[in-house]
Ligand binder design. Sequence first.
Ligand SMILES: Nc1ncnc2c1ncn2[C@@H]1O[C@H](COP(=O)(O)OP(=O)(O)O)[C@@H](O)[C@H]1O
Ligand SMILES: [Mg+2]
Length: 504
Amino acid sequence: MKKQMVTDKQPTDFSITQFKEISTWVTSVEDLDQLLELIIETATRMMRAKASSLLLVDQKTKRLYFKVATGDKKDDVKKFEIELGQGIAGHVAVTGEPLLIPDVSKDPRWYKEISESIGFSTKSIVCVPMKIDGEIIGVVEIIDKTDGSAIKDTDIKLLAVFAELAALAIKSARKIARVKKENKSLKEALGSQHQIIGDCIALRKVITDAFKVANSKTNTLIVGESGTGKELLARLIHRAGNRRDEPLVILNCAAIPESLLEDELFGHEKGAFTGALDRKIGKFELADKGTIFLDEIGEMSLSMQAKFLRVLQEEVFHRIGGNIPIHVDVRVIAATNKDIAKEVAEGRFREDLYYRLNVVQIRMPSLRERKEDIPLLAEYFLDKFKKEKGLSRLPISPKALEKMMQYHWPGNVRELKNALERAVVLGNGREILPEDLPIFNSNPNPPGFEVGLTLQDAINGFKKEFIKLNLRYTGGNRSKAARIMGIQRTYLSSLISKYQIQEV
Ligand SMILES: Nc1ncnc2c1ncn2[C@@H]1O[C@H](COP(=O)(O)OP(=O)(O)O)[C@@H](O)[C@H]1O
Ligand SMILES: [Mg+2]
């Protein structure tokens, strides 16, 4: 900051231009303390005041503290704090009205303790409020003129301008701080939401490869079963590369009907077809300078594949109904859970498009292939859902973990994630038990569902297990369990003894 601007020039030399300069600094404030000091020092010089100060309201304590002070005793005065309503400054901070006191000794509001204790003689004071959006955030005051002349009304006006500048500076600084904070938490939230968890060799290789391709524009094809984290990896590639500050646009080719895919991808001009009331920008255009992630590319129709291939080759396309060629710079990441080579061999996927997209191929391992990561992933998701539910302690029982390790996870990480969410919601809130993960029951049949039993035995077997399930769910609370099952508590008790249910 150009602090040297404040020289020992006569105040009258102070031109409008310099004034304007201060106000431009105000909006691009980098160091608020320095800027406030500059504003107050300038005000002091301009008015040839003996001393001046800027006090801010501490919203927590409801007291004024000295943010900036000038004059011989500036360091001493900074040690004081003033109650709202106390002294001239405290008074202005409450009323929001400027005050000019020509002789403080005659004013009952004068809080002389400060001047007396630091040995600073004061005769006159002018004090004006600082406001942000109508709220009083502090005051600015000057004390006496150096030449002993009286403080004038015009000084109030001038001081008010400086107070406004200072308030503006504080407002911008607060806004900058808020934006920075929001950005940070947003980034953190995004980062943690899309974290790739896993430590196995296969996944590490995947991540290393992702980082290798991240900074190039190389088209990348991510293959792997559903729920293995293909989208997550696409996000990582985008984030790790030099396009990270540009958009990442995601389009799931399977989620959009064939007839609408072209419109989604390339957009249209107003009036391109009936119902095209406005121009629509397609995802490909939205991704300009950034990345487009085409999920489930294997679902794209052959005719759409042909159109898309042309766009990839020429890097130019037209909005539907438009005749202006649109140039874009888009990095393409595609993903599929299909055996794409087989799709090509069987004529369902264009070979030329396949080669274009498949410059680099990354294969996400299935969860079955990386079972060693199950505990890590389980802990990660458990932690996430625990936090969401406000639970603090919720360990996974060794038996439950054992079952997780044995299971074959056809739905991969997505299935594991869902299973844990369900377990957190439906479990007993103290520990994750194997029963909370019903997908793992090696016998998927309900209890009593066996040939060889009488109907009555089968029903009894089911009833017993069903009651146990509900008691477990309520942590043994019979009234609650009875209510959930829609029976009387006394009836439940009689069933408990009939079926000799002891512990749940
Ligand atoms: N390695 C991983 N670490 C953390 N979460 C993961 C991981 N792999 C997948 N997930 C989560 O599982 C779900 C499915 O992942 P996604 O990337 O959509 O899989 P795909 O695109 O392969 O079907 C998402 O909620 C994702 O956050
Ligand atoms: Mg997906």
